[in-house]
Design a protein around this ligand. Structure first.
Ligand SMILES: [Zn+2]
Length: 300
């Protein structure tokens, strides 16, 4: 049994290939990072892209225990509405007993834990060792240090794969998505969320928009280009939204997180018109093969 370790530390830098149209994208390595757009398909990319791909920021928490009244309020909130598996996750991915869910880029593991509590059999994949250490304190579910480009899972029966703000960090999103397509069952679902470059917040903040994150993000997607990339990888998009995103406003302006809910509400207005801060897509495998074994056994 082998485990494909995370580090893509090869000294040679592979060419940056557009996931939307396969062009090799020109990069001016000596310049300060800026956003450019592929001439062929319109996918945005950071020029020069961060190489080697930058690790995610360290997880936050576990924080100091909040006061008792806040804990009580939080418990109420969690049971009613949100937690790390908010209502929309539960509606797009209804709790499924004994079905496998793989979260690629699981970070601190709280979402994996929440989905496991809802009945999913979960596996968290994470490239960064520091995040994985954190996640191991949060959940006892299987956690694997792995690179999303080379999923260490047999091509079998994963029923759901989720990528929350991960795709824009990958050097080769198309290769990674094709790997996910292979491990998903024919009725499996892929859920992806990335920042929306066609959002009102991106337009308002311009180069100061928080979600460009040029030190870490290689790719910049719109609803159109994200769907185009998914289709090329062998997925059929079944629904998409551009939900509201509060941090895109508060972090761009350097404002207190106290204002988050106000700006989330404001962004909801733009979300109604397809210009919310993030793009969220649910896709299914095109012509997938039926599930034949139980569970996503490790490839060897
Ligand atoms: Zn392109």
């Amino acid at each position: 049994m082998t485990m494909h370790m995370a580090a893509r530390s090869a000294p040679t830098r592979p060419p940056l290939r557009c996931p939307g149209c396969d062009r090799i994208l020109p990069c001016a390595w000596e310049h300060r990072p800026q956003v450019r757009w592929c001439d062929g398909c319109g996918v945005g990319y950071t020029d020069p892209p961060p190489w080697p791909p930058a690790p995610p920021p360290p997880p936050q928490g576990p924080l100091q225990p909040p006061p008792r009244w806040r804990r009580t309020l939080k418990r109420l909130w969690v049971s009613l509405l949100a937690d790390e598996a908010p209502l929309w996750v539960r509606s797009w991915l209804p709790p499924a007993q004994d079905a496998w869910l793989v979260d690629v880029g699981c970070g601190d593991g709280r979402y994996v834990r929440a989905m496991a509590l809802l009945g999913w059999r979960t596996i968290g994949l994470e490239r960064a060792a520091v995040s994985l250490q954190w996640a191991r304190q949060v959940t006892v579910r299987p956690l694997i240090q792995a690179d999303a480009h080379i999923l260490p899972l047999a091509p079998t029966c994963v029923h759901a794969i989720t990528l929350w703000h991960v795709l824009e960090h990958l050097w080769d999103p198309l290769t990674a998505l094709r790997a996910m397509q292979r491990v998903l069952a024919s009725d499996g679902q892929l859920l992806v969320e990335v920042p929306n470059v066609h959002s009102v917040q991106a337009r308002v903040w311009g180069p100061r928009w928080f979600h460009w994150d040029l030190e870490r993000h290689i790719w910049h997607f719109s609803p159109t280009t994200l769907q185009q990339v998914l289709t090329r990888a062998g997925f059929r998009v079944v629904k998409w939204r551009t939900p509201a995103n509060g941090p895109g406003w508060t972090e761009s302006g350097g404002w207190s997180r106290r204002w988050m809910s106000v700006f989330t509400l404001l962004d909801s207005l733009w979300a109604l018109g397809g210009r919310g801060g993030v793009v969220r897509v649910c896709a299914r495998v095109m012509g997938g093969t039926p599930c034949t074994v139980k569970g996503p056994s490790r490839s060897s």
